[in-house]
Design a protein around this ligand. Structure first.
Ligand SMILES: NC(=O)c1ccc[n+]([C@@H]2O[C@H](COP(=O)([O-])OP(=O)(O)OC[C@H]3O[C@@H](n4cnc5c(N)ncnc54)[C@H](OP(=O)(O)O)[C@@H]3O)[C@@H](O)[C@H]2O)c1
Length: 209
């Protein structure tokens, strides 16, 4: 697929490199396509990736990934025309000091994103684990769980396929309003990693009897 990724940092870069490695075409939408960091990322990704402006990346992609920091998300998305392309939202609406979420329980970052882009094709995904697990989603031979939720069946299918392609085991977690559950789950991961002292090398795994 042609994947437009807004943001080329830890998450955007890890996902983009993984998708390029698995044969997808990746278009990073960045503020400065000629920066040394972006060049280093493109070198890592190989010939199937390029960097361009956010609006060009949205134009180039059949599916769009939001890997921006939460504080930048609204202003960037509101200036782009995502149309009816699936939008995979990886953000977590973190307080700047990582002490908790800015919003939650009665709405979610994903639902706000859907309002801002006026789209029913937003899927919450790639928010409940660290970027290091996006680079390598297999631990002890197990494909890591990746929860996703959304209201559009086709957009969810695209999200699940892209998660599966890079080695995750995607799990349908219901409607977009269930991002009210997935975003706090991310906060738990962050708490365990930082305050809980576990570091980044762990993941939540769904196990069935
Ligand atoms: N880090 C994780 O393990 C993790 C895991 C799951 C979810 N998330 C979520 O994923 C999102 C990205 O996290 P990250 O760790 O990848 O962040 P990051 O490494 O700081 O990367 C953010 C990217 O967004 C770009 N950016 C920032 N402000 C922008 C703006 N106004 N316009 C255009 N581009 C802008 C940055 O570009 P510049 O280089 O130009 O600043 C950079 O490429 C966050 O919402 C985070 O909560 C993170």
């Amino acid at each position: 697929m042609r994947i437009g990724i807004l943001g080329a940092g830890n998450v955007g870069g890890s996902l983009g490199a993984a998708w390029a490695r698995h044969g997808h075409e990746v278009f990073f939408g960045v503020r400065n396509p000629s920066s040394t960091d972006v060049h280093a990322l493109l070198d890592r990704c190989g010939p199937r990736a390029r960097a361009e402006s956010p609006s060009d990346a949205v134009h180039s992609g059949e599916v769009i990934v939001n890997a921006l920091p939460w504080p930048a998300t609204r202003s960037v998305l509101e200036h782009l025309s995502i149309g009816d392309k699936p939008l995979l939202d990886c953000t977590n609406p973190l307080k700047p000091d990582l002490s908790g979420l800015e919003i939650g329980t009665t709405t979610s970052g994903a639902e706000l994103v859907a309002q801002w882009v006026r789209s029913s094709k937003v899927v919450k995904i790639f928010n409940t684990t660290g970027y290091n697990n996006m680079m390598d989603p297999v631990i002890r031979g197990e494909h890591l769980t990746m929860f996703y939720c959304g209201d559009d069946a086709q957009a969810k299918h695209t999200a699940a396929t892209l998660a599966h392609d890079i080695g995750f085991h995607p799990i349908d977690a219901g409607p977009l309003s269930n991002a009210r559950l997935l975003e706090p789950a991310a906060m738990l991961w962050i708490w365990l990693a930082i305050k809980g002292g576990m570091g980044r090398d762990f993941a939540f795994q769904l196990v069935k009897r």
